[in-house]
Design a protein around this ligand. Structure first.
Ligand code: ADP
Ligand code: MG
Ligand code: MG
Length: 250
């Protein structure tokens, strides 16, 4: 699904990612944890294709193809989904119409016909029920005046509609309350299939009380310094990042 090899990336000449290696297979949930400023959001941004970051070394393949050969919108159409810490608001465009356009763009990219209106509405109803989102929200303009929890709900709804192959959810610094954490976790758990994968980026172990990751990685100063299973997140919660530093002699 995703293969990252020796990825280095910089901003304004300063190296932030210093050789990341990561393999994600279909059906897997990975958690990336790490202290503030370790490069977690940078990694997500580089994968999404934000051009303020410069990739200086390494390679990334997504479903067997070179990710960096593709523009950000192509990556999305190929099935890469990124949550944003600060999602854009689009006044005057309802969520329903926004999703209709997005879903049909993706279908076109895959060589499928546009969904008939009645079929789209059927899918919409199913997905709304799945992620327990209310019509009051989906009929409103995209993200306009949404609370933090509503934005999260909306994000999970988008994930459900777009059926991405790989979702990268950066939950780090957004100060999610417990309800928002549950929304994200329920969404990830419900949308998991044997064919898709999720990377959850989180500063706190709390989220992993609800999502059980197959692999946990600790990012420290631009490198993955330790990987393990869900126990690693528990150990980290107990002993803190100082423990990792000591153990790894960092
Ligand atoms: P994390 O998400 O793990 O908290 P970030 O990826 O946001 O870490 O940041 C990693 C480092 O990159 C930090 O030192 C941060 O200051 C720097 N950085 C991130 N974005 C920018 C930017 N737009 N301009 C300058 N430095 C940045
Ligand atoms: Mg940060
Ligand atoms: Mg961050």
């Amino acid at each position: 699904m995703l293969s990252i090899k020796n990825l280095h990336a910089s901003i304004e000449g300063q190296e932030i990612l210093k050789g990341i290696n990561l393999d994600v297979k279909p059906g897997e949930i990975h958690a990336i944890m790490g202290p503030n400023g370790s490069g977690k959001s940078t990694l997500a941004s580089v994968l999404a294709g934000r051009d303020i970051f410069e990739v200086t070394e390494g390679e990334v393949t997504f479903q067997g193809e070179d990710l960096f050969d593709k523009e950000p919108d192509e990556r999305a159409k190929d099935g890469l989904f990124l949550s944003f810490q600060y999602p854009v608001e689009i006044p005057g465009v309802s969520m329903v119409n926004f999703m209709r356009t997005a879903v049909n763009e993706i279908r076109k990219h895959r060589g499928q016909e546009e969904l008939k209106s009645s079929d789209f509405l059927k899918v919409l109803r199913e997905k709304k029920a799945l992620v327990e989102i209310d019509s009051k929200l989906t009929n409103r303009s995209v993200n306009e005046g949404f609370s933090g929890g509503e934005k999260k709900k909306n994000e999970i709804f988008q994930m459900a509609m777009l059926e991405p192959k790989l979702s990268i959810l950066d939950e780090t610094d957004s100060g999610l309350d417990i309800d928002a954490l549950r929304i994200v976790a329920n969404g990830v758990n419900k949308l998991k299939t044997k064919d898709n994968a999720t990377i959850v980026i989180t500063h706190y172990q709390r989220l992993l009380d609800y999502i059980v990751p197959d692999h946990v990685h600790i990012l420290y100063d631009g490198k993955i310094v330790k990987s393990g299973d869900k126990q690693l997140a528990v150990d980290l919660e107990q002993h803190g990042y100082e423990w990792v530093k000591k153990e790894m002699a960092l």
